[in-house]
Design a protein around this ligand. Structure first.
Ligand SMILES: Nc1nc2c(ncn2[C@@H]2O[C@H](COP(=O)(O)OP(=O)(O)OP(=O)(O)O)[C@@H](O)[C@H]2O)c(=O)[nH]1
Ligand SMILES: [Mg+2]
Length: 399
């Protein structure tokens, strides 16, 4: 499957840069393209300059709203981010249309951090415009939710996140939810290492996108996972993750398959990788709430037996009993057994509901704060009444 990736704002741009590196890896190691093109869109020229893999010309690093923001971002006001995206959308559409591989693309992926200003506001607007302009290709959103500590920084974090989630859900064909907090819960050393978090966010897409693009016979699975399977799976709230089990470096292909002990180990490793994928999902959710799931098994050909595929499908069926399950196998030479998992059409997402539930109190708090500030300002103005004015003809001391 080939994507057009568009990163908006700083967070979106950095993750798009990571996708660009994945594409480089696929070209170098597997001789295939998994992206039709990659763009970063921002109101902040410094953020665009800090990218390293996305092409540095103005068609790939697109500066929007520079007259309005002086090229320094929108300072967390996502309504301004949305307005600028509406005004400057032509720049993005023109760039997309001039992409060399645009007509090979199966879908769009637009990425942004929900709590900022530019990406949070611009991403849903650009998704809507892209959907209107290119009706034959689905447009997916990838929304990054803020860290726990950011929730303490004021009402803007809640306002931006809730409005971005609602708008993205209403326009995108599916919304990938990625919770920044998940990555530091698993490894607290990552708190100051955004680049490592971005790698972890992009990585599950690698095999998913590569599998259907392979041209070499021995890399093509019995059940190829192609763009149709992925598009058929994705709708609404979506999460993804992957798990890996190590295999012995030296394996004897024929001995393994017929030995019942080895078969048991193989199943064990497969279920282990699936369990890891479930516990590593990009946002905490209950798999029972998913109505559509997909997994890709990447492993050496000799490990990929029909028995293992059946075990994994049965296992996922128990974990996500309501889900229509799609799967694919991807023969690899590496000595690992990897399961990439997508859970989609989620009917309940606690984290999203929490943002929506908090909105009335956030708005009320904002109004109270505004009223409080205005009252304090009035008091200060009243206190200034006896102070003489320096402007002649101004008020009481004029004559
Ligand atoms: N995973 C990840 N999250 C990031 C990154 N950069 C920022 N964020 C998150 O994104 C949110 C802030 O959004 P930014 O992308 O910085 O904001 P912006 O879209 O550039 O908007 P303005 O700077 O306000 O114009 C916060 O929740 C951050 O935690 C990144 O490189 N990776
Ligand atoms: Mg910014």
């Amino acid at each position: 499957m080939k994507l057009v990736v568009i990163g908006l704002g700083q967070c979106g741009g950095k993750i798009a840069d990571e996708f660009s590196r994945l594409n480089g890896r696929a070209r170098f190691r597997r001789r295939i393209h998994i992206l039709a093109d990659i763009f970063a869109v921002n109101t902040d020229v410094a953020d665009l300059s800090s990218l390293s893999s996305i092409k540095s010309d103005f068609r790939h690093r697109i500066l929007i709203g520079n007259r309005k923001t002086g090229s320094h971002g929108v300072g967390k006001v996502n309504e301004v981010g949305a307005e600028i995206a509406r005004q400057d959308s032509d720049k993005v559409i023109d760039a997309v249309m001039s992409a060399k591989r645009f007509y090979e693309a199966d879908a769009f992926l637009l990425i942004a951090g929900a709590a900022g200003g530019t990406g949070s506001g611009a991403m849903p607007i650009m998704t809507q415009i892209i959907k209107e302009r290119f009706r034959d290709k689905p447009a997916y959103a990838l929304v990054v939710l803020p860290f726990e500590h950011e929730k303490k920084t004021g009402v803007r974090t809640f306002f931006n996140t809730a409005t971005c989630l609602k708008a993205a859900y209403s326009v995108a064909d599916a919304v990938f939810l990625v919770d920044n907090q998940r990555y530091i819960e698993k490894d607290s050393s990552l708190i100051n290492n955004m680049a490592a978090i971005n790698q972890l966010i992009a990585e599950p897409f690698y095999d998913l996108l590569c599998a259907g693009e392979e041209k070499k016979g021995k890399r093509i699975g019995v059940k190829v996972l192609d763009a149709g399977d992925i598009i058929g799976t994705l709708a609404g709230w979506t999460v993804l993750g992957y798990g890996v089990s190590q295999l012995p470096v030296i394996r004897l292909p024929f001995a393994r398959r017929h030995n019942f002990r080895n078969k048991n180990t193989e199943t064990h490793k497969g279920i282990g990788a699936m369990d890891q994928a479930i516990s590593n999902l990009s946002l905490k959710c209950n798999p029972e709430d998913s109505a559509s799931a997909l997994y890709l098994l990447s492993a050496p050909t000799e490990e990929m037996t029909m028995g293992l595929v059946k075990e994994l499908t049965d296992y996922l069926g128990e974990v996500a009993p309501e889900a229509v399950i799609r799967y694919g196998d991807y023969p690899r030479r590496e000595s690992t057994l990897k399961v990439t998992l997508i859970l989609s059409r989620l009917s309940a997402v606690g984290e999203v509901k929490e943002y929506y539930d908090k909105m009335p109190s956030v708005i009320q708090k904002q109004e109270w704060r505004q009223e409080g500030n205005e009252a304090k300002l009035r008091e200060l103005m009243d206190a200034s009444t006896p102070v003489p004015s320096l402007f002649s003809g101004d008020g009481e001391d004029g004559d």
